[in-house]
Design a protein around this ligand. Structure first.
Ligand code: P6P
Length: 335
């Protein structure tokens, strides 16, 4: 009986990766399957957010001091729940929770991975139906497997990531993840309720014509960033007219567009956010990992993003990432 291999589901894809590496334990495949399950559950709620009273503030504020939307809470609980009840994760760090959560049960302690995630990034866009996303990052533990995970397992530089990815809840729902072997995109097929391989071996175009930045903060940026933005707008550019400016205000959507079409995304430091706005551990490092594996570059404005040594779970960082040549053009103005 021939099995329809034309449409490979996420689980079939990760199983195939396992076949290619017989020494692998299958833990990463199971972890990715757990993340895919939580993403499908979140997707259902995101898709009907306008229909039921799940909008609006949950009346709480999260560790960031931001008003928490009910979907934030739901998404956080879904991802934490599947990972806690799975068999491949020793603990998690979440944008929604002050400290890391060590699962500390026999099965979880025997897991070799920990996971960090922003369960629903861009949640301010929920009420206006703009694409939002989940971002996740997977590390191998540095603490002894068989014992409870420790803080050090989470505060590792991005270069140590085993895998990283995002889910974009947009016109379609996609899960994109990277390992060192490559970046692959899976589109949710509602007819079978599975993520199916739709974007194999994604490469970030070496250059592009889209620059993505919040122009409202222009006069707060450094001189070098301002000069680069002016360069993007210059008419008589050697490679044609001015670039196109696109800024969705939802990191996953902006990063995903640039990953596919080429472009550069910038969230520089500004006066009231001297260390930037975006979070190193569960927003910038996973996106930087994906962009680099796909052939692009990512920095904090002065250093390769993946080499930054973290000091705290929720630390912020300036973030510049995208097509290699556009990043090099930026660096000619800023570094
Ligand atoms: P600003 C959404 O709140 C978010 O964290 C990212 O998804 C997005 O890229 C950024 O903030 C937008 O921030 O200050 O431009 O609205």
């Amino acid at each position: 009986m021939s099995i329809n291999r034309k449409v490979q589901t996420l689980d079939e894809f990760t199983m195939q990766q396992l076949r290619d590496f017989p020494s692998a334990t299958g833990e990463l495949s199971r972890l990715l399957r757990d993340i895919g399950l939580a993403a499908k559950r979140v997707n259902v709620e995101v898709n009907k957010a306008g229909l039921v009273d799940i909008l609006g503030d949950a009346g709480e504020t999260n560790v960031q001091g931001e008003e928490v939307k009910k979907l934030d809470v739901y998404a956080n609980n879904q991802f934490m729940g599947v990972l806690r009840h799975g068999i491949s994760c020793a603990g998690i760090g979440s944008e929604e929770i002050d400290d890391v959560v060590i699962f500390d049960d026999e099965i979880s302690n025997a897991s070799k991975y920990v996971c960090l995630f922003d369960p629903l990034d861009g949640s301010a866009n929920i009420d206006v139906n703009v694409s939002i996303g989940t971002i996740f990052s997977i590390y191998r533990r540095v603490s002894l497997v068989g014992t409870p995970a420790t803080n050090e397992d989470f505060l590792q530089p991005g270069i140590k990531q085993i895998a990283a990815g995002y889910v974009i809840y947009g016109s379609s729902t996609m899960l994109v993840y990277a390992t060192r072997r490559g970046v692959n995109g899976f589109t949710l097929d509602p007819s079978i309720g599975e993520f199916t391989l739709s974007h194999p071996d994604i490469k970030c175009p070496e250059t592009g014509r889209i620059y993505s930045v919040n122009h409202g903060n222009f006069f707060q940026y450094t001189e070098g960033v301002r000069k680069y933005i002016n360069e993007c707008q210059r008419k008589e550019k050697s490679n044609g007219g001015p670039y196109t400016q696109r800024y969705i205000g939802s990191m996953v959507a902006d990063v995903h567009r640039n990953l596919i079409k080429g472009g550069i995304f910038m969230y520089p430091a500004i006066a009231d956010k001297p260390k930037g706005k975006l979070r190193l551990m569960y927003e910038c490092n996973p996106c930087a990992f994906i962009i680099e594996v796909a052939g692009g570059k990512a920095t904090n404005g002065s250093q390769r993003m993946l080499e930054v040594q973290p000091t705290s779970l929720h630390q912020r960082t300036p973030f510049f990432a995208g097509s290699k040549k556009m990043m090099e053009e930026l660096e000619s103005f800023t570094m």
